[in-house]
Ligand binder design. Structure first.
Ligand SMILES: [Fe+2]
Length: 492
């Protein structure tokens, strides 16, 4: 009778899994409460397969796999992982684990994993016993290779999903990802709205319309259905023609909200979808939904944050009525220059957000200095010069705004290196900060201050021309002269 060891630090999970394994066939099951405990059992017993949790005290599941691969490489190890921690399961496969199962457990999955790993185990035993069963060994090797290549594609696609922070882009790329993952050449993603499914993105499908889901196979997807597999000959719900190969329909749902469906068909090798592949498909959908949900949360948090910071800027500007809307105007001029210079989308985004915030550090400058009508003393000027550093320090704890921080910190640097706070020169000053310097100076010169009336457009432009190469980057100044504002357009 094959012997199985179940390792999990939670007694409840351990017992359920042990019970389910016993129900699938004739197995003798032992249980251990963590990796170290498991090693003791393995030392005294001959096990045919080990099921282990990943996160455990003392010795984790991954460490247990590593130890077993070193000392008892023939024992297959199956990882037990939560659906939201699949990456750990996949990493464990890379360390040498044979397979993984996810919680909540399904008897069918446990049975198929056990059958597979035990047949591998028997062949391994035969091979190491008499060394004759080369053909079986080859079969297992080929299966292992296939399994590993599936896991590797899933891993690569998971990484790809992780990197896309824009939900529209992610949904556009879905069909392409599916063709890589499932060896199919027809995929369509339909988005759900008001009882209809609308075409969103596809590969290999000429279909571009909308479908009323009432009475269609998709109606089942609204309810409790993980996936639906249509067989060869059944009617394709998209073009109403008989299917020439199986179609896998995967509904996408976040919480209880129905987002849409993915239809995958036309396998290039002509085979049906295997149980393992459907499992991979569900894993893929789960991963995708997590990303979509995270992106949405991130967007909400990001927008809240931007609004809070904008309010903060308005508060600063309200302290000084002469600088009212200064940040907004500077941002718009800087964007004009950025367009002229063909800056990247990323740089323009940084200007859009960072431009608003460039003087946020002024919150740390006292009113009597900030609003002083006359000439500043040396000490007072030193205090004003702190505002780019204070601004940088305000944004730093928010994380993930590297370009914006550069813009805020360096918008008072000069091209000749005589600016502040770091005295950077030439192209050592980030381009977006060089751009903002021109926009900021132009708007400051043309704004009316308590101690002087705003200068005319022509005088301001002449001044920027005069300081091109010393205070300003000549290329940026030149680009400014080509913008609507720089040419004398009325932007106010
Ligand atoms: Fe400033």
């Amino acid at each position: 009778m094959p012997k199985v060891l179940v390792v999990d630090d939670e007694e409840y999970v351990r017992d359920i899994l042990a019970q389910m394994i016993e129900q699938t066939g004739d197995f003798e099951v032992d249980t251990a409460k963590d990796g170290l405990d498991a090693l003791k059992y393995i030392k005294d017993n001959e096990y045919d397969v080990v099921f282990t949790d990943i996160i455990m005290p003392r010795l984790s599941g991954i460490e247990l796999v590593q130890e077993l691969k070193r000392t008892k490489p023939a024992i297959p190890v199956v990882m037990v992982t939560a659906l939201n921690n699949l990456d750990a399961g996949i990493s464990a496969m890379r360390e040498g684990a044979s397979d993984y199962i996810t919680k909540p457990f399904k008897t069918e999955k446990i049975k198929s994993v056990l059958t597979r790993v035990l047949s591998e185990r028997n062949i391994m035993k035969a091979v190491s016993g008499n060394g004759d069963d080369r053909s079986s060994f080859k079969v297992v090797n080929a299966e292992l290779y296939l399994k590993l290549s599936e896991i590797n594609s899933l891993f690569a696609i998971s990484l790809e999903i992780e990197e896309i922070t824009d939900n529209r882009e992610l949904l556009k790329k879905l069909p392409e990802m599916c063709t890589k993952l499932f060896k199919v050449d027809k995929v369509v993603f339909l988005i759900y709205e008001d009882g209809m499914l609308h075409y969103y993105s596809s590969i290999g499908f000429p279909y571009k319309g909308s479908i009323d889901i009432k009475g269609s196979v998709f109606e089942e997807c609204l309810n409790d259905c993980e996936y639906r597999l249509l067989e060869l000959g059944e009617i394709n719900p998209l073009d109403k023609l008989p299917l020439r190969s199986q179609m896998l329909i995967l509904p996408l749902k976040i919480k209880d909200e129905f987002l849409g469906v993915l239809c995958i068909t036309n396998r290039v090798d002509g085979f049906n979808f295997k149980e393992d592949e459907i499992h991979i498909a569900l894993t893929f959908v789960h991963k995708l939904l997590l990303r979509l949900e995270n992106n949405t949360l991130y967007e909400i948090t990001y927008n809240n944050l931007i609004n809070t910071l904008k309010t903060l800027i308005l508060t600063i500007e309200a302290r000084d009525k002469y600088t009212k809307n200064h940040s907004e105007r500077v941002t718009s001029i800087a964007l004009e220059i950025a367009r002229e210079l063909d800056c990247s989308e990323q740089e323009r985004d940084a200007i859009r957000f960072g431009g608003y915030l460039h003087d946020i550090g002024k919150i740390g400058v006292r009113d009597m200095v900030l609003l002083k009508p006359g000439k500043l003393t040396k000490e007072e000027f030193e205090e004003i010069k702190q505002h780019p550093v204070i601004g940088d320090n305000i944004i730093q704890p928010l994380g993930s705004f590297p370009l914006e921080r550069l813009l805020i910190r360096h918008h008072h640097e000069r091209f000749d290196g005589k600016g502040y706070p770091d005295g950077l020169a030439g192209e050592d000053i980030p381009l977006i900060a060089r751009i903002l310097a021109v926009a900021d100076t132009y708007d400051s010169m043309t704004s009316t201050r308590p101690y002087r009336k705003g200068l005319s457009h022509q005088i301001a432009v002449d001044e920027i021309k005069r300081c091109s190469g010393t205070q300003f980057d000549p290329a940026v100044a030149n680009a400014f002269f080509h913008t609507k504002t720089g040419k004398g357009g009325s932007y106010r």
